[in-house]
Design a protein around this ligand. Structure first.
Ligand code: ATP
Ligand code: MG
Length: 346
């Protein structure tokens, strides 16, 4: 990718420019942000008037981290009236509340209201009748709030992160490999894969913000089957870290090709796990016993034993095939649009 004169070849330079333009085109605009802001206020209003228990609503996910698009969904969490530092655990019985909320939102004319209980943690889904925005609500998952803040912090460390993540999400969405409900990987999973790649480069773009020596910050978090645990969500504020020395000078185009090549052909899926908490990659022997049969492991930064990558082997083959095809297209100079041609989800 790097010419004899140390410069980047023209088509990779073009790719970098196209990545910046695409971010501009798809990133959420003031109007979309306002619609979501009002929607959060309306949902909070419904809870305040109708909900017998004190509860506060907060947003997380791409809208909250500033990485949303105009058609992003809205991820919300209901925080029970517990002080954040409380050692008390969220009572599993509160999951039942999602069913009470379902009737409530139906009364307020929300569309397609349903409780999804098959997921790792139950969620309530609905479509706002005024704006058509899709909303996911869960109960008491502090993890989502903190992983959103962690991702936001990594994005703040390096300017290239924001563009990179927008382009990566656009690519996996258009190629049909971003549908966790259909067995592929979530945006959250691709985001963690990107951070890990940036941490493990020979000259890293990102440090690891989760120093094991930090004073633990434990918060309650409901787990699967209605069980609750305390999770440690401590991480270093990026304004307090020194930049990585030497500085990585790769362009966005080089980073995109490097990422696709890394997970397309270089990453050893049988021997390694992705773990941004432990600085990028760990060997499978250091991972959870629960993961031995998993085709791909991406460790959650805060929830021990949680593999965020739920894809089976055949799906991982498809993902890798898509990545390899994209590398060929970009290396041949076919341009960013060539890897964004829409395809039905697998
Ligand atoms: P998009 O713009 O595509 O909606 P996003 O950045 O909001 O992307 P999502 O995949 O919707 O990403 O994830 C939002 C939040 O949901 C994450 O911050 C995370 O807390 C939670 N989440 C998503 N997928 C998983 C998963 N597989 N395991 C655990 N938590 C997940
Ligand atoms: Mg989302």
């Amino acid at each position: 990718t790097t010419g004899a004169n140390g410069g980047t070849s023209p088509h990779i330079q073009q790719l970098t420019e196209d990545m910046i333009d695409l971010t501009e085109t798809i990133s959420i605009k003031a109007e979309g942000r306002l619609l979501r802001e009002n929607l959060v206020t309306r949902v909070q209003g419904i809870l305040n008037t109708e909900w017998p228990k004190e509860a506060k609503i907060e947003s997380f996910g791409s809208y909250a981290s500033g990485l949303g698009t105009d058609d992003s969904d809205l991820d919300l969490v209901i925080l029970p009236a517990l002080p954040e530092q409380s050692q008390e655990l969220v009572a599993p019985g509160r999951y039942q509340d999602l069913f009470i909320l379902k009737t409530l939102f139906l009364r307020y004319s929300m569309k397609d209201v349903e409780v999804i209980s098959g997921a790792r943690v139950p969620i309530l889904k609905f479509t706002d009748h005024k704006t058509g925005i899709k909303v996911d609500i869960n109960y008491g998952q502090y993890a989502g709030l903190y992983n959103t803040r962690l991702i936001e912090s990594y994005v703040r460390i390096d300017d290239r992160m924001r563009n990179f993540l927008y382009v990566l999400k656009a690519f996996v969405k258009s190629r049909g490999i971003n549908s966790p409900a259909l067995g592929s990987l979530s945006s959250y999973c691709y985001t963690l894969m990107a951070i890990s790649y940036f941490q493990t480069l020979l000259v890293p773009v990102l440090p690891c913000l989760q120093d094991p020596h930090l004073i633990p910050h434990n918060v309650p978090n409901p787990g699967p089957y209605g069980r609750s645990t305390l999770i440690n969500v401590a991480f270093t504020d990026p304004s307090r870290i020194r930049p990585c020395i030497p500085q990585n000078s790769m362009t966005l185009g080089e980073l995109l090709i490097g990422f696709l090549e890394y997970y397309g052909s270089k990453f050893d899926y049988t021997k390694s796990c992705v773990s941004i908490r432990r600085g990028g990659v760990i060997s499978r022997d250091r991972g959870s016993r629960l993961w031995t049969r998993h085709a791909f492991v991406v460790e959650d930064p805060f929830i021990p034993d949680l593999n965020v990558a739920g894809a089976r082997q055949n799906m991982m083959n498809i993902v890798r095939h898509e990545f390899q095809a994209a590398v060929r297209a970009l290396r041949d100079g076919r341009g960013l649009n060539a890897i964004l041609t829409p395809k039905q989800p697998y």
